[in-house]
Design a protein around this ligand. Structure first.
Ligand code: FE
Ligand code: FE
Length: 201
């Protein structure tokens, strides 16, 4: 993959994010890097994806919708009613067009960092998890356990995060994206499967 100039991207990105979002972004970049080290993933790819995952976060919702139609990025009805979700797709667009990122693996990790999906790649899981556990986060339940699990088993960690996310979102079931439900079913099945094989061995 291309050797991206992280420092240069970081400087540019800082102009488009507010202070809190920028600090969160650095947390996700370093956490993604640490997870890549422990799980044997490409370090530069993890840093780049972590750095750029929220690059579209500070664009106002109206402008997000406008940019999607301008650049022919497909928008689902669900996204139309929950436009904050579009920062993921738009982030991947900006990563490619404004930051010169060509690697599909990185762009896909940015695209799915908010909803997750079934059968994610290691890099997709790393960015999704890093977004949830970076040191600046403090609101989610069971964070201590989820943080530890992230460095031990990415699939089990996905299962725990999705489970907690759905409990949280279930207060408003209309607000759960189908990709998140698919992801939960997938990682739950994986979890059950492993428990069964552990019991039978
Ligand atoms: Fe995000
Ligand atoms: Fe984020």
């Amino acid at each position: 993959m291309a050797d991206y100039d992280i420092a240069k991207m970081q400087k540019k990105l800082s102009k488009y994010l507010d202070e809190d979002r920028y600090n969160h972004t650095l947390g996700v970049m370093y956490t993604s890097a640490a997870l890549a080290m422990v799980h044997g993933c490409n370090l530069r790819a993890a840093q780049t994806a972590g750095l750029l995952h929220d690059s579209a976060k500070c664009i106002p919702n109206k402008k997000k919708l406008k940019m999607c139609s301008q650049h022919k990025i497909p928008v689902t009805d669900f996204e139309k009613s929950h436009p904050f979700l579009l920062h993921a797709k738009l982030g991947a667009y900006l990563a490619k067009e404004k930051y010169g990122v060509e690697d599909e693996e990185i762009l896909s990790a940015i695209t799915y960092h908010t909803t997750g999906k079934a059968a994610m790649s290691p890099l997709e899981k790393i960015v999704y998890i890093a977004d949830y556990i970076e040191p600046g986060r403090f609101k989610a339940p069971h964070l201590e356990n989820v943080r530890k699990l992230a460095f031990q088993d990415l699939d089990e960690c996905m299962y725990e995060i999705l489970k907690d996310t759905l409990v949280f979102l279930e207060e408003n079931p209309k607000d759960v994206d189908s990709a998140t439900k698919d992801a939960f079913v997938y990682y739950k099945d994986l979890h059950m499967e492993r428990q069964r094989s552990r019991l039978s061995s």
